[in-house]
Ligand binder design. Structure first.
Ligand SMILES: [Zn+2]
Length: 130
C-alpha cells in the first residue's frame, strides 16, 4: 500500500479531500499559515476550520514562460463560505476555457514520489461541469 502525504499542511486527504484554515475566533478572518496574532483584529485565538471544496474563480494568470511542465494556469479561488486560496487551475491552459467567476472545485493530484515511495499529494481546482 502506497503511503500518501499532503504537500501542504492545510490540505486534508481522505475520502473528501479539503482545505483547513486557521480562523480567528474573534473576527473570523481565515489564514492558511500559522499566526500568532490576527492581521485584522490582533486577537490571538484561532480555531481550525474546514473549508468548502467549491468556489469561484476570482483571478488567473496563464503561465507560459519558463515552465518546465507548462503551460499552466495560476488561479485565485474564493471558496464558498469563505477562504481565498491561490492554486493552479487544472486542465485549463487556454484563455478560451476560462470565464470570470466560473465555478470550480478542489481536485488533488500526485505531485511527486520520494525515495521511500511516499507520494506527495497536491491540490488544484478544476472547472465544474467542463
Ligand atoms: Zn481577527
Amino acid at each position: 500500500m502506497t503511503q500518501t502525504i499532503p504537500a501542504v499542511d492545510y490540505l486534508v486527504l481522505g475520502d473528501q479531500p479539503h482545505l483547513v484554515a486557521n480562523a480567528c475566533v474573534q473576527c473570523g478572518a481565515l489564514y492558511f499559515d500559522r499566526r500568532n496574532a490576527c492581521a485584522k483584529c490582533f486577537a490571538t485565538d484561532f480555531e481550525s476550520r474546514p473549508l468548502a471544496t467549491e468556489g469561484v474563480l476570482r483571478a488567473y494568470t496563464i503561465v507560459q514562460r519558463g515552465a518546465k511542465n507548462g503551460p499552466f494556469t495560476s488561479a485565485v479561488v474564493e471558496l464558498t463560505g469563505g477562504g481565498v486560496v491561490k492554486a493552479n487551475l487544472l486542465g485549463v491552459t487556454e484563455a478560451d476555457g476560462i470565464r470570470p467567476e466560473m465555478k470550480v472545485r478542489l481536485a488533488t493530484f500526485e505531485a511527486g514520489t520520494d525515495d521511500d515511495g511516499t507520494v506527495a499529494v497536491a491540490f488544484g481546482f478544476e472547472p465544474i461541469g467542463a
